[in-house]
Design a protein around this ligand. Structure first.
Ligand code: ATP
Length: 255
C-alpha cells in the first residue's frame, strides 16, 4: 500500500479525525540468542501521547529500536501509517531504517547523540532531513524555540558548551524538526537533575501533535502520570496494564 505522509509539524494546529499511526502485533525482538521483547501488541492512534514505563533493562529501548528496524532480529507485524515495516527486519538491523523513517518515524534515542562542534541551529537544521521539513525549516525552528525557550539565545553556540539540560533540549528539538507522524522519545529525563528533567517533560507535553502521535519511555512514572493520554507498564519485555495510569503505576511498583 502506498501511504503518503502529510505535514505533521509539531505545533501544527490541524487535527484530523483519529486514525491508526502504529499497529504492532505479536512482536518479538532481541539480539542474537537473547529475546527481549515477547509477543507484544500495541496500537497507537493519531493525536495520542503515550507513556511506557518500566524499570531499567525491561525492554523499552528495545521496543523503540525494533520499531525502527535496529534490533538484531525481530518477528511479528509492525504497521506504521498502515504500511507494514516489520517484515523487512530479518534482513539485517538498520538496513531498512531509512524507509521506516520515510514512512513517518522519528526516534529520539536515549542520551544526547550530539556533535560537540556544531551549533544549536546546525543541529536543528540536521533534523529537517526530509524535503518537506527542509523547506519549512525556518518555521519549524521557531516552533522548537517556543517549546524550548532557553535555546533562543544559544542558536549560534556550539553544543559542546551547553549544559546537560540544554543539550537534551537540542537533541529532542532535532528529533521534533522532522515531519514524522510517530515520535518515539526514549527516557528524556535520564541523567538530568530532577527539576531540569521535569521541565524537559513539560516541554514534551506542550508539543502540539496535530495528527501525529508520541510515545515517551520513562523509568519515572511520576513524571508522566496524569499528563499523557495513557500510561502502559512494561515488565520483562511485555506490556502490562494498558489504559489506566493507576494500573500502570501498580505494575511499575510490583516490578
Ligand atoms: N545491543 C544489545 N545487545 C545485546 N543485548 C542488549 C542490547 N541492547 C539491550 N540489550 C539487553 O536487552 C535488555 C533490555 O534493554 P533495554 O535497553 O531495551 O531496556 P530499557 O527498559 O530501555 O532499559 P534502559 O533504561 O537501561 O534503557 C537488557 O537486558 C539489555 O542488556
Amino acid at each position: 500500500m502506498n501511504i503518503s505522509v502529510s505535514n505533521h509539524l509539531p505545533g501544527a494546529p490541524a487535527r484530523q479525525p483519529s486514525r491508526e499511526v502504529l499497529n504492532v502485533q505479536g512482536l518479538s525482538a532481541g539480539y542474537g540468542p537473547v529475546r527481549v521483547i515477547h509477543d507484544l501488541d500495541l496500537v497507537v492512534q493519531s493525536g495520542e501521547r503515550i507513556g511506557i514505563v518500566g524499570l531499567n533493562g525491561h525492554g523499552k529501548s528495545t521496543l523503540f529500536y525494533a520499531i525502527a528496524g535496529l534490533t538484531g532480529w525481530q518477528r511479528g507485524s509492525i504497521k506504521l501509517n498502515g504500511r507494514e515495516v516489520g517484515r523487512t527486519r530479518s534482513q539485517g538491523p538498520g538496513r531498512y531504517t531509512h524507509e521506516i523513517v520515510r514512512a513517518g518515524l522519528a526516534l529520539i534515542p536515549q542520551g544526547d547523540e550530539i556533535f560537540h562542534g556544531l551549533t544549536v541551529e546546525e543541529h536543528l537544521d540536521s533534523g529537517a532531513y526530509t524535503a518537506t521539513a527542509w523547506r519549512d525549516r525556518a518555521a519549524r525552528k521557531l516552533r522548537i524555540l517556543e517549546i524550548f525557550p532557553p535555546l533562543r539565545k544559544l542558536m549560534d553556540v556550539p553544543v559542546g558548551r551547553l549544559s546537560g539540560g540544554e543539550r537534551r533540549m537540542v537533541s529532542i528539538g532535532r528529533g521534533l524538526m522532522t515531519d514524522a507522524s510517530l515520535f518515539l522519545v526514549d527516557e528524556p529525563s535520564l541523567g538530568l537533575a530532577p527539576k531540569i528533567g521535569k521541565s524537559v517533560i513539560n516541554a514534551l507535553m506542550a508539543v502540539k501533535l496535530g495528527d501525529a502521535a508520541m510515545i515517551i519511555a520513562e523509568q519515572n512514572v511520576a513524571l508522566l502520570e496524569g499528563r499523557v493520554d495513557r500510561v502502559i507498564g512494561m515488565h520483562v519485555g511485555k506490556l502490562k496494564g494498558e489504559a489506566s495510569a493507576a494500573l500502570a503505576l501498580n505494575v511499575y511498583r510490583k516490578a
